[in-house]
Design a protein around this ligand. Sequence first.
Ligand code: SF4
Length: 310
Amino acid sequence: MIRDRWSDKRYHTLDWELKSTFGEKVIKLSLNGGFTCPNRDGTLDTRGCIFCGEEGAGDFAGSSELSLRDQVQQQKAFLATKWPKAKYIAYFQSFTNTYAPAPQLDAYYREALAGEDMVGLALATRPDCLPRDVLDLLEQYAEETYLWVELGLQTIHPASAALIRRGFDLDCFQTSVQELRRRGIRTVVHLIFGLPGETREDCLETVGFVARSGVWGVKIHLLHVQRDTDLYEVYQASPFPLLEREEYIDLVCDALELLPPEVVIHRLTGDGNKKLLEAPRWSLDKLRVLSGIDRELRMRESWQGKNSRS
Ligand code: SF4
């Protein structure tokens, strides 16, 4: 049965994918390159996406006050007690990590990848921040190292995209995914479940679209209302329904059943900031959410791709 491929999980985890590829533990180091975002610097908007906080949608990124080399060393030292022999992926997570001239990007990426134990590069960005010279650069990196590019789609529904102030349309996303694929660059898409006004069917329509898009990986987030965001103001003024834990677990399992088995699952629940998270507070117990997903898949006798059409 297909689920046996992923050892003890019923879905295709990033951990499993990296162990199968490299034969050993590979860990992401979350780095802060000091980038900004066109949705914040005034190019498209100054307010950012409605859910985006001070960290620019990065959970645990290093401090931009340290050089990249120092951020790498600091995180490696911290992780070495638990995994003394791991390999690492330089993960540029906060803000838009292809939003600078290509030579400058090249210098940043090169600095982060220094060292034999650095085996890959992961870049969170927007589909409207991939001009041709940057794509050319990324294509070179894809030949040299294990590269993936993350795009924050969140939803396929135009009304929700407008509400969250995403600032690009679905055509832009599709064009970028096709171009990245054509150049042999792995693409990961971020989705948010629980956006105001979206139904369960809306979320699953988005997942169905992603399942057909040919992306390499998916990150699923629960909508967090964080106090340093505009979403918090909206929520305070007019509270909207948020997903309950069991609803979310059920929805994630439906999504996994729709996604093809080869799609790598990078995340099924976010790491909310304990100090800033207003709601839903249940999401702070991440292990309970993940074990709930495992339990639900077992109860359903199901696995990733069970209802996939690919
Ligand atoms: S594109 Fe990313 S970094 Fe920019 S405002 Fe939106 S969530 Fe924040």
